[in-house]
Design a protein around this ligand. Structure first.
Ligand SMILES: C[S@@+](CC[C@H](N)C(=O)[O-])C[C@H]1O[C@@H](n2cnc3c(N)ncnc32)[C@H](O)[C@@H]1O
Length: 248
């Protein structure tokens, strides 16, 4: 939930802060948003809030994709680790990995999933979506909840995810804001995108993002009332092989 990313501590909420910029305790402005890269006690608080506030969005999005017990899954931008917990608990996949570029997020995800990590069912790594710390072609499914809006190079990052997917593997991205959604949150996000650094795309631009990065069977689902969006695509299987691997 973007409003979890409040920066002010005096009870007055600047709309920009509610979209993710961190106003520091000294009253100055930090350029890096707590939603983009949580740090310190405020980051820990926001991660804790997001675990609860994103669960309905996550459940809605994940309903659009099937999962099996054999799946090896990666959650990119895993934040506080609730999506990893849900994925690991729901279909008992072979293994769930998480990755996040924030040390605070990695620590929070590890705390959230300590039992599954000890059992060898979950593993969480520090790393950027732009250079994933994984070998080529190892995941059946990659999930990304409320994170792609912060990625530094969306077209390249989509190709980097495609690199780590198995042929036939799927990517699902889920977000509570997108360009053109008729909700207050999306309108505010759009209005302040230039200052927060958030990248907002329309539904059609999401579709192009997938196809331009070489995904097939692309599907977009919008939850109009809430302004939620979910995009899905598949890496072509070896057999079809119609889209060349663009690499990075
Ligand atoms: C708004 S939080 C969402 C966290 C979680 N997916 C959820 O739904 O609660 C965005 C997360 O994406 C991570 N993130 C943003 N940009 C990233 C990047 N370039 N590489 C890896 N993680 C990134 C942030 O550190 C943060 O933990």
């Amino acid at each position: 939930m973007l409003t979890a990313c409040v920066g002010r501590t005096d009870g007055i909420r600047d709309p920009l802060d509610s979209l993710g910029r961190n106003t520091t305790m000294t009253g100055g402005s930090a350029p890096v948003s707590q939603c983009q890269k949580p740090t310190g006690w405020l980051g820990r608080f926001i991660l804790w809030r997001m675990n609860a506030s994103h669960s309905k969005l996550t459940d809605w999005g994940l309903r659009h994709i099937s999962r099996t017990k054999q799946d090896v899954i990666l959650d990119v931008g895993c934040g506080g680790g609730e999506t990893i917990r849900t994925l690991a608990a729901s279909s008992m996949p072979a293994k769930v990995y998480g990755v996040d570029h924030s040390e605070e997020s990695v620590a929070a995800s590890c705390r959230k999933n300590v039992g599954a990590i000890e059992a060898g069912r979950v593993e969480i790594k520090l790393g950027s979506v732009s250079r994933l710390p994984f070998a080529d072609g190892i995941f059946d499914l990659v999930t990304a909840v409320e994170t792609h809006i912060w990625w530094p190079d969306l077209p390249g990052d989509m190709r980097e995810i495609r690199r780590v997917l198995k042929p036939g593997g799927r990517l699902i991205i889920i977000a509570e804001v997108y360009k053109g959604a008729n909700t207050m949150t999306s309108r505010l996000a759009e209005q302040y995108a230039g200052r927060t650094g958030m990248v907002l795309l329309t539904a059609d631009e999401h579709r192009r993002l997938f196809t331009d990065a070489g995904y097939v069977e692309v599907q977009l689902v919008e939850e109009d009332r809430k302004g939620w969006i979910c995009g899905m695509g598949r890496k072509p299987s070896m057999a079809t092989g119609s889209v060349p691997d663009l690499g990075r």
